[in-house]
Design a binder for this molecule. Structure first.
Ligand code: ATP
Length: 132
């Protein structure tokens, strides 16, 4: 079966490198299912889970937005942070979620509300991916 080389890169260095049959991710414009020979594109990603499939198995990665670059034989994901389920500290994510919810409940400035909302999304995404 044809495969795609996948690289996930963060400021800390490479988070994942491998060969997969399909990559699914959530771009701001909607869900992308990428198979080998996909048309080239660059798209901004949402705070979401990336799914990587090979040999009937699916691996998950929590990403904090960023970009996906698709080439016919290669997918590169550039994100501020990317974690595999086993690397996620669930207690930390739960604490981040609570902190964000508290901030959103205070009548704060809009900019702080948006920031808290994004922190909440990152925390919820990590909790979801940790359960995969
Ligand atoms: P926190 O408030 O707990 O720091 P955050 O959403 O602000 O969460 P980020 O700025 O997205 O954190 O990430 C900073 C770094 O910490 C990244 O390297 C990221 O991979 C890591 N990180 C954040 N939360 C977790 C977690 N729950 N488990 C493992 N690594 C995490």
């Amino acid at each position: 079966m044809k495969t795609l080389n996948v690289s996930v890169v963060t400021p800390d260095g490479p988070a994942l490198e491998g060969s997969y049959e399909m990559v699914s991710c959530r771009a701001e414009s909607g869900e992308l299912g990428i198979l080998p020979d996909h048309i080239p594109l660059v798209a901004p990603l949402t705070i979401s889970a990336v799914r990587l499939k090979k040999e009937g198995q699916t691996e998950y990665l929590a990403v904090t937005g960023g970009f996906v670059e698709v080439r016919p034989d290669h997918v590169t994901i550039l994100a501020q942070a990317a974690e595999q389920p086993s690397d996620i500290d669930v207690d930390r994510a739960k604490q981040a979620k609570e902190r964000a919810e508290q901030r959103m409940n205070q009548k704060a400035e809009d900019i702080d509300f948006k920031r808290a909302e994004l922190a909440l999304q990152r925390a919820i995404n990590r909790i979801d991916v940790s359960e995969k």
